[in-house]
Ligand binder design. Structure first.
Ligand code: HPA
Ligand code: ZN
Length: 331
């Protein structure tokens, strides 16, 4: 596998929740280390429970799983474990959403989260040649005032964040709810991204563009229902971070073969492929590329184009971008 095209392809991950990289093996090891009780009898039982009907059924287990993360060492182990797997499958850059509210609510401090994650990011750069960026995500089913508070609390670590994002339960929590905090983030010099059009309607995608001034839409697949929106996304070259295996596992589509990806590409959109929560959705970046190659019979050119879109859209310095462009040309 190490020498195949999909592994060699320098893959840039733009849509990943670091808490969604927690494999059951590490979940059980950390539960034991921290004396946390899990609702699963063993690792197989945990995997078997990952049989989702929609976004909320996943979020319930996602928040449950992260209850084992208590110390800086836990956050370090979570991230470095994932970075090693990602590097082994040819991922060269990772932009990770972090959900501080989910940890602060359990009494874990911002300093604890950041100490662990930053140590893992340094190791990734020095030992794995893997660059990283961080996205401060707000839980959209919580009050907007809480998001403002979290942005405030992030102050001492703000230099480590490239952007703010918006995740968790989408329906009924429109982007406009977070107008003020995104405006504040812009004033602080942070870029903006938001999940929109995963389960929510195309109007949420418009709102994210118009009211939150985002440069990327996470998911965005329901844009396919709105021809005018498709035209706008194409004209403005808005990046969509599409997560194919996630969409299948959360029943956004029944089968990958029915996914709107080929139509979104035909409509001229700036598409990237990503893995969202690889520990829960059955695979990382390589498997997302491979599944699409099988489902849509995509050529190497199409797969390279998708990898190139992600390199161009990433929050990385221009020297790194040039290096990755060169690596892509050699793949
Ligand atoms: O796919 C997702 N959607 C919304 N929130 C999330 N938090 C982790 N993964 C997701
Ligand atoms: Zn996501």
């Amino acid at each position: 596998m190490a020498d195949d095209f999909l592994t060699r392809l320098p893959k840039v991950e733009l849509h990943l929740h670091i808490e969604g990289t927690l494999e059951p093996e590490l979940m059980f090891a950390l539960a034991e280390r921290n004396g946390v009780k899990l609702p699963y009898s063993d690792i197989e039982a945990a995997r078997a429970a990952y049989d989702f009907t929609d976004l909320q059924s996943f979020l319930d287990l996602y928040f449950q799983g992260m209850s084992v993360l208590l110390t800086a060492r836990d956050f370090h182990d979570l991230a470095i474990d994932y970075f090693r797997r990602a590097a082994a499958e040819g991922v060269v850059h990772v932009e990770m959403h972090i959900d501080p509210q989910a940890h602060l609510a359990r009494g874990v401090s911002f300093a604890t989260i950041m100490e662990g994650l930053l140590a893992a990011c340094r190791e990734a750069r020095d030992e794995l040649d893997l660059s990283t960026a961080m996205i401060l995500a707000f839980l959209r089913d919580q009050p907007a005032e809480d998001a403002l508070q979290v942005l405030e609390q992030a102050g001492p670590w703000l230099e480590h964040f490239s952007a703010v994002g918006l995740d968790s339960a989408e329906q009924g929590n429109p982007p406009s709810k977070f107008r003020e905090v995104f405006h504040r983030a812009a004033e602080l010099g942070l870029a903006r991204v938001a999940h929109a059009g995963e389960e929510g309607p195309p109007t949420y995608i418009r709102e994210a563009l118009d009211e939150l001034d985002v440069c990327r839409i996470d998911h965005g697949v329901r844009a396919i229902e709105d021809v005018e929106l498709l035209e706008r996304l194409a004209d403005e070259s808005i990046v969509l971070t599409v997560c194919p295996l996630s969409n299948v596992r959360l029943k956004v589509v029944e089968h990958l073969e029915q996914h709107s990806l080929p139509r979104l590409i035909d409509a001229g959109l700036n598409i990237t492929l990503n893995s969202d929560d690889p520990a829960y959705f059955g695979g990382g970046m390589r498997e997302n590329f491979a599944a699409c190659q099988r489902a849509f019979d995509w050529s190497d050119e199409t797969l390279s184009w998708l990898a190139s879109n992600a390199i161009e859209a990433a929050f990385m310095d221009e020297q790194r971008r040039d290096l990755l462009r060169a690596r892509l040309a050699e793949a």
